[in-house]
Write a protein that binds this ligand. Structure first.
Ligand SMILES: Nc1ncnc2c1ncn2[C@@H]1O[C@H](COP(=O)(O)OP(=O)(O)OP(=O)(O)O)[C@@H](O)[C@H]1O
Ligand SMILES: *[C@@H]1O[C@H](CO)[C@@H](O)[C@H](O)[C@H]1NC(C)=O
Ligand SMILES: *[C@@H]1O[C@H](CO)[C@@H](O)[C@H](O)[C@H]1NC(C)=O
Ligand SMILES: *[C@@H]1O[C@H](CO)[C@@H](O)[C@H](O)[C@H]1NC(C)=O
Ligand SMILES: *[C@@H]1O[C@H](CO)[C@@H](O)[C@H](O)[C@H]1NC(C)=O
Ligand SMILES: *[C@@H]1O[C@H](CO)[C@@H](O)[C@H](O)[C@H]1NC(C)=O
Ligand SMILES: [Mg+2]
Length: 671
């Protein structure tokens, strides 16, 4: 019985032993981890991709990932025996999320169990934790591929390979790389996303541990990268588990194993590199330039574009501001309601377009415009005023006259002041200025009734300025082009006071006279002073113009001589037929007495002697027929011979410009 029992025990133990040895694992090879995957256990954030990649970590932060061959490997023949030779090779790749920083690396590991439950993430690579790091009872052997330089763990750089025994403080380490045929060292960058192959060999007899690596598909270099002699007998137990460990920190990398082969007591079977699964498609050659391009160029372009946009915007606003800039001073506040915005005028005249130009005179250009607010047509006169002298008085006068609203004055809508510019805004006069109906064979002429009405209108406008307004206002520039015709062909005086702007010469040696040649009274030229009398003189010239349809001074086509209108009318009168000087365009429908009266009144008004001229009040009486013109002879009107344009005195030195305002200086020494 005893023997049977003994035999049974012996037999069973033998059977168990043989069973055990027959199932003993000595090697395995994975050319990819294609499903159905057998004998590999994964833990933590490790996954196996459908394409057969063993993905130790994904992009979950602060985690560990493990993959172990599930069956124990017998490293010793007996618990107290020596460790047998073993060899392993695998292909891996690391894809860091940030191309310049990898965390934290990965390791090939031989551990007493197929899980490392206490191991932590980050720098501990899923192998150890802060308390058991370095503990001899760990019985852990690992080869780390570390992408972080950790001072505490005595790392040499952020791209190294190290042999770890029970501790992450490597017993031996080296920057990642390989020695080529010519014994030259070549760096390898672990986080380059490129595939690399690793060989780890342990010689059970010599206790030499060799770690070798090379770029994918290159032969195993003869010279190992890291090599030490260390008896692992005290480290490894009889049965151990082999696998990989990896971890992530706050920055993450994906760690991949593509293929793996292992053998105890012999050389691991080479991997069939062509059968290994493909890595996901990343940027194939992520050079620094590329990552720069990828990360910074879009950002920089966006910044540049916004910067350009802002510059453009600021310039636009500044330009707009400058374009519409105005000047407003304290004294102007009382004219506030007459003040107009330049911007409104700009848009009203469609940006002072050439098409809107009505004409230009001695002071500037006049543009037609339309004010949407009041739905009124306007005429905008741009006067350049470099000398700011008298501007205040002028604006005050302009505005007060503008408030007069006499039916024979062109209403002033308002004004605007800019850097060197004054803008005066008037009602638009649809029938334009009187001069257009008088000279140079005009398309439209006025009949006598219309002309007489205009003359009367201008006279009462001038009378209003001289006598009816609270102070005496001198127009200074009475002439045909400043008489505008409204819709009912009423004559309205415009441009009052403008010449005054330039008439404030402070130098006693030079008196600046502004007016229009041909309308300037001799006494005005002599004294440089504008008076109501000089206005009457100009009005007289205007009367002659209207009646004769001629300019005050014309050049005779044949002789080339100057023909002064006053002289011409006088000559006709002296020849006994003053009516012959009238405008032939008048036709036959006219009142002879009226025409004759207007011609004689014109001569009387433009008398060289200011004392001989009537006042505008008297002129009105004559025109209205309230008083009879005194009986005059042409010789009475020759006066002292100081007739304008009569080749006398200072008129010679004056510039001759027909019709337009001139400013000229008279040296007092010339008198
Ligand atoms: N309110 C207005 N409505 C319609 N047309 C106007 C108005 N004001 C001026 N104009 C037109 O613009 C032209 C130019 O006027 P501007 O006053 O600048 O010149 P001018 O009268 O010939 O000379 P001056 O500078 O001596 O007044 C005028 O001839 C007239 O045809
Ligand atoms: C990483 O893998 C783990 C385990 O499969 C999973 O729970 C987690 O959601 C994954 N994380 C990401 C970011 O894919
Ligand atoms: C192994 O070694 C331990 C102590 O080192 C000893 O106690 C044990 O008996 C040994 N076992 C064998 C089978 O030799
Ligand atoms: C570290 O691991 C050991 C086991 O190896 C465990 O006893 C210990 O509690 C762990 N320490 C921490 C801080 O996790
Ligand atoms: C790490 O390096 C320091 C100084 O170089 C040394 O004192 C320490 O012993 C090293 N630690 C390990 C575990 O090698
Ligand atoms: C290899 O890397 C080391 C340290 O990172 C560096 O000093 C060396 O210049 C590199 N060599 C080459 C050939 O790139
Ligand atoms: Mg004018």
């Amino acid at each position: 019985m005893f023997f049977i029992k003994l035999f049974t025990i012996f037999f069973l133990s033998f059977f168990w032993q043989s069973l055990k040895s027959s199932s003993q694992i000595t090697d395995f090879t994975y050319n990819g981890f294609h499903p159905p995957l057998t004998n590999i256990a994964i833990q933590g954030i490790t996954t196996v991709t459908p394409k057969g990649l063993l993905k130790l970590t994904n992009t979950t932060m602060q985690s560990t990932g493990h993959a172990f061959y599930t069956k124990p490997i017998r490293f010793k023949d007996s618990p107290n025996g020596t460790v047998s030779s073993f060899s392993t090779t695998f292909v891996f790749a690391i894809h860091p999320q940030n191309p310049l920083v990898g965390t934290h690396g990965m390791a090939f590991v031989i551990a007493p169990s197929s899980s490392l439950p206490f191991a932590t993430f980050g720098q501990y690579l899923g192998l150890f934790n802060v308390t058991n790091n370095g503990n001899v009872r760990n019985h852990v052997f690992a080869v780390e591929f570390d992408t972080i330089m950790n001072m505490v763990l005595n790392d040499t750089n952020n791209n190294h390979v190290g042999i770890d025994i029970n501790s992450l403080n490597s017993v031996e380490s080296s920057p990642a790389g390989y020695w080529d045929e010519k014994d030259q060292f070549n760096n390898l960058t672990l986080i380059s996303q490129k595939r690399m192959q690793v060989w780890i060999n342990y010689d059970g007899r010599t206790h030499r541990i060799d770690v070798t690596m090379a770029p994918f598909s290159e032969n195993k270099p003869r010279k190992p990268l890291v090599s030490i002699v260390r008896d692992l007998s005290s480290v490894l137990l009889e049965y151990m588990f082999v696998g990989f460990s990896s971890s992530t920190g706050n920055i993450v990398s994906e760690h991949f194993v593509l293929g793996w082969s292992f053998r105890v007591n012999g050389e691991a079977q080479p991997l069939a590199l062509s059968k290994l699964p493909r890595l996901p498609v990343w940027d194939l050659n992520p050079t620094r330039a590329y990552s720069f391009y990828k990360n910074w160029v879009p950002l920089i372009s966006v910044l540049l574009i916004s910067l350009l946009f802002i510059i453009f915007l600021v310039r636009f606003i500044l330009r707009r501001r400058r374009k519409f800039a105005e000047e407003l001073e304290d004294w102007e506040t009382e004219f506030g309601k007459n003040r107009l915005r330049f911007k409104d005028l700009y848009y009203a005249t469609k940006g002072f377009k050439e098409k809107n130009l009505l004409g230009s005179g001695g002071f500037g250009r006049v543009y037609k415009g339309f004010m949407p607010k009041t739905k009124k047509d306007i005429a905008v006169k741009r006067v350049s005023n470099e000398s700011r002298q008298g501007l205040k008085e002028f604006v005050a006068e302009i505005v007060s006259i503008g408030q007069m609203s006499h039916r024979n004055l062109v209403p002033l809508v308002g004004y605007c002041r800019r850097r060197d510019e004054l803008l005066l805004v008037y009602d638009y006069m649809p029938n334009g200025s009187l001069d257009k109906y008088l000279y140079n064979n005009p398309e439209v002429t006025l009949n006598w009734k219309q002309r007489f009405k205009v003359i009367n209108g201008v006279a009462s406008g001038l009378f209003y300025l001289h006598e009816e307004w609270e102070q005496v206002v001198i127009h200074r520039d009475v002439k045909a082009s400043n008489v505008l015709l409204d819709a009912e062909l009423n004559g309205r005086l415009g441009d009052f006071g403008l010449s005054q702007l330039c008439d404030h010469g402070s130098d006693p040696q030079t008196t600046h006279i502004v007016g229009t040649w041909g309308y300037l009274a001799p006494d005005h030229i002599r004294t440089g002073r504008a008076t109501t009398g000089t206005d009457v003189f100009a009005f007289g010239v205007l009367l002659l113009e209207v009646a004769c349809g001629r300019r005050p001074i014309e050049i005779d086509n044949e002789s080339g001589e100057r023909v002064v209108l006053v002289d011409r009318v006088l000559r006709f009168w002296m020849e006994g037929n003053i009516l012959d000087s009238k405008d032939p365009n008048l036709g036959s429908e006219y009142d002879q007495r009226e025409v004759e009266m207007v011609l004689k009144l014109g001569l009387l008004c433009s008398h060289p002697d200011p004392q001989a001229r009537p006042t505008i009040r008297q002129v009105l009486h004559y025109l209205r027929g309230d008083a009879m013109l005194p009986d005059l002879s042409p010789l009475d009107l020759r006066g002292n011979g100081m007739m304008l344009g009569n080749h006398h005195g200072s008129s010679e030195s004056a510039m001759f410009t027909s019709g337009s305002s001139v400013a000229y200086s008279l040296l007092s020494s010339g008198r």
